[in-house]
Design a binder for this molecule. Sequence first.
Ligand code: AOF
Ligand code: ZN
Length: 362
Amino acid sequence: MDFSTADTVFMQQALRLAEEGLNTTTPNPRVGCVLVKDGVVIGEGYHHRAGEPHAEVNALKSVIDRQQLAGATAYVTLEPCSHTGKTGPCADALVDAGIGRLVYAMEDPNPLVAGRGLDKLQRAGVVVDGPLLEEEALSLNLGFVKRMRTGLPLVRCKLAMSLDGRTAMRSGESKWITGPSARADVQKLRARSCAIITGVESVLLDDPLLTVRLPECERQPIRVIVDSQLRVDPSAEVFRQPGTTLVATCDAAKALNSELDTWPLPEKMGHVDLRELLLGLAEHYQCNEVLLETGAKLAGAFVAAGLVDELIVYVAAKLMGSDARPLLELPILTMGASLELTIKDVRAVGPDWRITAIPDPE
Ligand code: AOF
Ligand code: ZN
């Protein structure tokens, strides 16, 4: 299918709308919709929050002259849904409105939908064209897609290091390697995440808040402390923050007597089984995107287990010296055994640099 420039421009607009829901739609995907009649935009909308109307319904509601909908084209960044969930099926709403053509960016990986929305529209006589700008649409919802396909959330590992690749002094001191701009950037990473994972060592050492502190923030990601032996201090700041703080542990006996919100998990080589933790976050908490903000040991364990999808490394223009701790505790002995990554993005964040890299497929 060849798409016109106009098709591409309208889909780009729908993608921009979808992005408005970046921090709020979870566990649902970010979706945008533009309605066009005779080359003119007559309506637009996006999905704001789970439980609230989907993008298509918001777009339909925004149309002033309903008669214009007859034979109009709908540009939607995700296949319209066919199921009745918290809201009615969008495929039906589009058909009922008299839409003549649907252009979609990607199919919905949700097994409840998965092609059925497109079928429904086609059977109702709507011309269905797509995918268009599929990669762009996918990149908006990588976490949702991964959870639907594999039962695991997307894991982003955020690290900060000096130019000589060090993340903390020998004492453990690590505040502050990067400047305020990088820290503000991390706020954005937190705001879009469903959960933030850290380790007990980081909590004992830094007493972090792990909260989103942005003016427009309406949702705090779940905070998860990986604490195999349940050593955390219940008076830590993180437990006094708005939202939920879970302590993932494999000491089930101690967990029973704890005043904290504990989450007993299976053990793997003396530690919380990290894969089980992620599976649980996806299954019980519908987490699409998880942010790992922790020290070299736990971050290294996640990387070694092949559980990290994206590394975000902030690099500060300072040298911390050879006594300082490395970026990741990752025992690799030969060059041949090193982990290959692909750098996807490098940009300046104030005086620091941010590198985004993804592990190459094995
Ligand atoms: C769409 N447009 O804007 C969104 C869709 O529980 P519900 O009823 O909100 O349904 C959530 C599912 O609907 C979600 O998992 C995904 O498959 C689809 N999301 N679909 O047509 C939208 N947000
Ligand atoms: Zn829908």
